[in-house]
Ligand binder design. Structure first.
Ligand SMILES: Cc1ncc(COP(=O)(O)O)c(C=O)c1O
Length: 309
């Protein structure tokens, strides 16, 4: 039994599983990293702790200060958790377009939660801009730190160990790493960690077909939380990308339900979208190859939402 002493040590070292039942014959292996097993049920715990710990170490913030971020709620829950551990206050700007359980989780960790109204529950470029404006306004105060999930280099750094874990679990002969992109931090940081350990996977970014900013230049309304934000995230280094694929959100939500029932793997919409793409790529690659993707977060966050209602 490996007893952890510091709660932050409970982050990472997540299991990785090979899909067994829903993979067609003559397809490559599909490996899914179970990031829902982090303390708040999301891979965002990795970036939240990296951002805050580095800011504390550099004395950009101190105990008792306030952290601000706009968030769909996964990053917010991870930041709220990390703020609780580090003795910081947290203000989240979010929206009713995102799962209520995420609002409640942030509040449970002591955050102040501002909810911006969406157009009919849709995630749109305008909504994201309104959330951002509100967060900038709230961050413009003394002793207040804007976490900057779209710009802080500590976000990418926080995910490098995730890439190293994958290589040590699956080997360095990984053919493709594919993942849906919000900030792009998880995809790029993981890739850097894999490359560091000698793996050279093709890197494939994913987005919802309903908000195809990266493939067509134009975003739109959709319902996959955490991704497809209607602008090109600055972290996404196109020189490292092999390609971008747009995946239908309805197929992603169907995949969530199938994954839970057939494989026992319980995730949110971005996980469903990741696995849809990973299987598509696995079919193209054929046997003897390896595709890796993420279970970004736990399906528990989406109970009562349109995916699992
Ligand atoms: C549920 C979920 N999946 C995927 C992502 C995308 O991760 P990243 O921002 O690292 O690209 C996010 C980001 O908020 C998310 O909340």
């Amino acid at each position: 039994m490996n007893n952890k002493i510091d709660l932050l040590e409970a982050i990472g070292n997540t299991p990785i599983v090979k899909l067994k039942k829903i993979i067609p014959e003559n397809a490559a292996e599909v490996w899914v990293k179970l990031e829902g097993q982090n303390p708040t049920g999301s891979y965002k715990d990795r970036m939240a702790v990296s951002v805050l710990k580095n800011a504390l170490d550099r004395q950009e913030i101190k105990t008792g200060d306030t952290v601000v971020e706009y968030t769909g709620g996964s990053t917010g829950t991870s930041l709220a958790f990390a703020c609780s551990v580090f003795g910081l206050k947290f203000i989240a700007v979010t929206s009713d377009a995102f799962s209520k359980i995420k609002h409640q989780s942030m509040a449970a960790f002591g955050a102040t939660v501002h909810v911006i109204k969406s157009d009919n529950g849709n995630i749109t470029p305008d909504l994201i801009q309104n959330m951002k404006n509100k967060a900038y306004e709230l961050a413009d105060h003394p002793n207040t730190f804007y976490a900057d999930q779209f710009g802080s280099v500590d976000v990418i750094k926080g995910y490098e160990v995730l890439g190293k874990e994958i290589v040590s679990q699956v080997g360095d002969d990984i053919d493709v790493l594919c993942a849906a992109v919000g900030t792009g931090g998880a995809l790029m940081g993981t890739y850097n960690g894999m490359v560091y350990l000698g793996s050279q996977p093709r890197l494939i970014a994913l987005e919802p077909l309903q908000s195809p900013t990266l493939t067509t230049g134009k975003g739109g309304p959709h319902k996959v939380e955490g991704i497809g934000l209607g602008f090109e995230p600055p972290f996404l280094d196109k020189s490292k990308l092999d390609s971008v694929r747009a995946i239908d959100q309805n197929k992603a939500f169907d995949m969530c339900r199938l994954l839970a029932k057939a494989e026992g793997l319980f995730g949110g919409g971005s996980t469903g979208l990741n696995v849809c793409a990973a299987i598509e790529i696995a079919k193209e690659l054929g046997p003897g190859k390896k595709v890796v993707t993420f279970n970004c977060d736990s399906g528990l966050k989406y109970l009562g939402s349109h995916i699992y209602s």
